[in-house]
Ligand binder design. Structure first.
Ligand SMILES: C[S@@+](CC[C@H](N)C(=O)[O-])C[C@H]1O[C@@H](n2cnc3c(N)ncnc32)[C@H](O)[C@@H]1O
Length: 390
C-alpha cells in the first residue's frame, strides 16, 4: 500500500453506507458513521440512496460495474458482527481490528462496549479515520502499523494489549493486499500474542479467482489495482486447512460469502461470485499450555449440560471425560441457530469457567468453540468433537 489513506477501505464504507440506507427490516446492519468517511462525491451517492428509487438504481449500477464485492462486503460485515458478539459473550475482553479501515464496530456494536478495542492499521488510513471521528473513548486504542514493515509483538503490548486475556481478532479484507511474508509475520505474531481461547476471523480471496480470470469477474480486481491496492495473495480453499495448520492455527470454519449469504437467506445470494471467503481460526491447541480437566471441571461441564437440557436444548449431548479431555458425541442433530438453543446457551455457558477448555487441555473442540454459533448452522448427528490432553 502507498502512503495515502486506503481507497478500498473507503469502498467498504460506501457499501456499508448504502446498506444502512435500506429500510430497517431489510438491512443486515446499521452503520450510521460509514458515510462520514466518504469523499464528497461518494457521500453524495450515499445521501442520494436515501430515496428508495435512487438506491435501487445506484446499487444496480455498482453491482453491474463490479459484480460481487458490494453484496459480499455487506454479507461478511453481518457475519463478522455476529462473530464478534458471540466472541465477546463467550469471554473475549479484547477486540483487535487488524487493518481496521473505517470499521466502526468499536462503537456501533453495543455488546462490544465493555471490551478494549485495538485499532491496528496503516498509519495513513488510521490518521484519516481519527481526523474524521475526532476524540474517541479511552477504551479504543489506536496502533499504527504497516504490516509490511512493523511488527505486532512490539506495537500491540505497547498500547496496553494483555497477552493473558482472551481476544477476538479480525483481519477483514486485508490478507489479499499483503505479501506472503507480511501475512506470515502477522499470523506468527498472533499465535504468540493471543491467549488460549482467543478467536480469529480473517477474510481472504479464493486463489482460483486470481489464477483463472475467465471464471470470476475481474472488474473488482482491476478496480483495486487502479487505486494502488492490487491483490497480492490468495489462498486455495482446499489448502486453507493445511496452510493455517502450518502456522499453528486451527481452521474452524471456512466459507465463501455466497455460502454465508445462502445460510443467512439473503436475497440475491446466488448472484454473488464466491471469490471472497471467511475463515474462523483458533490458535492451535498444541501451541497452548498442556493440562487436563480436573474432577471439579468435570462437575462444571455436567452442570452446564444439565442446564442446557432443562432450558431448551433437551438433546444436548453427554460429555465423556477421557485422557484428561472432554468429548461431546452428537447423536441427534442440533440446531445452534434456533432461539431455544441460543437462549439455553446464553443462560448456561457461564457455568463453564472462562478459558477452561483452552487453558487446561488441548484437543480440537470445546463447549464454547465447537457448539457455539455461528460456526456451523446445523450439527449433524453422528458428529463427535473431542478434546484430548496432549
Ligand atoms: C479493504 S480495506 C479493509 C478495511 C476494514 N477491515 C474493513 O473491512 O472495512 C483494507 C485495509 O487494509 C489496510 N492495509 C493495507 N495494507 C496495509 C499494510 N501494509 N499495513 C497496514 N494496513 C494495511 C488498509 O489501510 C485498509 O484499512
Amino acid at each position: 500500500m502507498n502512503a495515502a489513506p486506503s481507497r478500498t477501505a473507503e469502498y467498504m464504507a460506501l457499501f456499508r453506507a448504502l446498506e444502512t440506507s435500506q429500510p430497517a427490516d431489510l438491512r443486515l446492519f446499521t452503520d450510521p458513521d460509514a458515510k462520514r468517511f466518504l469523499r464528497p462525491r461518494l457521500r453524495a451517492v450515499a445521501n442520494a440512496a436515501k430515496l428508495p428509487v435512487l438506491r435501487t438504481w445506484i446499487v444496480a449500477l455498482i453491482d453491474r460495474r463490479w459484480p460481487g464485492p458490494r453484496l459480499s462486503g455487506v454479507v461478511r460485515t453481518r457475519v463478522i458482527d455476529d462473530f464478534v458478539v458471540s466472541a465477546v459473550e463467550s469471554g473475549c475482553t479484547q477486540l483487535v481490528l487488524l487493518g481496521a479501515g473505517y470499521d466502526t464496530r468499536a462503537t456501533r456494536l453495543s455488546k462490544v462496549a465493555g471490551a478494549t478495542v485495538f485499532e491496528v492499521d496503516h498509519p495513513a488510513t488510521q490518521a484519516r479515520k481519527r481526523a474524521v471521528l475526532g476524540a474517541s473513548p479511552q477504551r479504543i486504542r489506536y496502533v499504527p502499523v504497516d504490516f509490511e514493515r512493523d511488527t505486532l509483538p512490539n506495537a500491540l503490548p505497547d498500547s496496553g494489549f494483555k497477552g493473558e486475556q482472551r481476544s477476538c481478532v479480525l483481519w477483514e479484507g486485508v490478507f489479499s493486499y499483503l505479501t506472503p511474508e507480511a501475512i506470515d509475520t502477522t499470523l506468527t505474531a498472533l499465535v504468540a500474542l493471543c491467549a488460549a481461547g482467543s478467536r480469529i476471523l480473517l477474510t481472504y480471496v479464493d486463489q482460483r479467482a486470481l489464477d483463472a480470470p475467465d471464471s470470476y469477474p475481474q472488474a473488482w480486481s482491476t478496480a483495486v489495482s487502479d487505486v494502488g491496492e492490487p491483490f497480492q495473495t490468495g489462498l486455495h480453499p482446499s489448502e486453507s486447512h493445511a496452510f493455517f495448520a502450518r502456522r499453528k492455527l486451527t481452521l474452524r470454519h471456512d466459507e465463501s460469502t455466497t455460502e454465508a449469504a445462502l445460510r443467512l437467506g439473503i436475497a440475491g445470494a446466488h448472484s454473488i461470485p464466491g471469490f471472497y471467503r471467511i475463515a474462523i481460526l483458533e490458535p492451535a491447541l498444541a501451541a497452548q499450555p498442556p493440562g487436563s480437566i480436573t474432577p471439579a471441571d468435570q462437575a462444571d461441564y455436567l452442570k452446564a449440560v444439565a442446564c442446557m437440557r432443562s432450558h431448551g436444548a433437551p438433546d444436548f449431548p453427554d460429555p465423556s471425560f477421557e485422557n484428561g479431555g472432554v468429548t461431546f458425541n452428537i447423536r441427534r442433530p442440533l440446531d445452534p441457530s434456533s432461539p431455544q438453543y441460543k437462549s439455553a446457551l446464553a443462560r448456561c455457558q457461564k457455568l463453564i469457567p472462562a478459558g477452561l477448555p483452552y487453558s487446561r487441555s488441548s484437543g480440537s473442540a470445546s463447549w464454547r468453540s465447537a457448539l457455539d454459533v455461528p460456526y456451523r448452522p446445523v450439527f449433524a448427528s453422528g458428529t463427535s468433537w473431542s478434546r484430548e490432553a496432549s
